[in-house]
Design a protein around this ligand. Sequence first.
Ligand code: ZN
Length: 264
Amino acid sequence: MSIRYLKEILQNGSNIVCLLGREAAAQHGGMFYQRDFGYDIEMKYGILPDEILSTTYFHNRPQEFFRFYREEILMKRAEPDGVNYTLKRMQDDGKLSAIVTRGFYNLSKRVGCRNVIHLYGTIDDNHCPHCGEKYSADYILEHRPIPKCSKCGTMIHPGVALAGEMLDSSVMTRAAEAVSCADTLLVVGCSLASRLGSLERYFNGNKIALVNTREHYTDRRADCVCIGPSLEDILISAYPGADPGPDCGKTAGDANTDEERNER
Ligand SMILES: [Zn+2]
């Protein structure tokens, strides 16, 4: 299987749903999703990032929580790359109907994608838990040490879902419905065994295409598997367009040299 086959699947699909995993967010530059991040944070804060991003820590140590949230998440946020711009083109061409992601940097929406389902919220959807007023990421950055609601003075809740909180079941339902209606499932940056990839169980369509940086034994459930170091190179090669977007790195031609390796 190859980029050529991926190209064919994407050309034939008319209701593609993309599951956009954390590896894709790591390649966008999102520090939170990079492998050394947990270690670096533990050295700096004495606690793992997943423990900081929990409802217990948020309520017990709000000042430390917001310091971490500002310095490590908001100030080291990821930028959209060729993956996002390619998905946008697929959507403009009427092929891609929805993107489901656990990434919280809101990258697909920033390049103009529609129907992006964020399972874990986004950094742009902060709100007051008391009166419901909404706040931008900039408001959190500007109001130190603890950002409070300008209307009622309550501590603002971050837009990112915290461990120990119930996930919004309506969001999960929307994601499952989108996957169940798709004719093609495009899985980018995660395996089918991951929490996001496991949405595959709702899929009733024809083809599953998987693009990832590492192989996984569950890859055999996909019809087409492309493994390579750069997710955006693979996607741009498989769905080339006139303008893949600014700063998206290499051209599609570079990625073709990986094609042999991606033959499986
Ligand atoms: Zn309020």
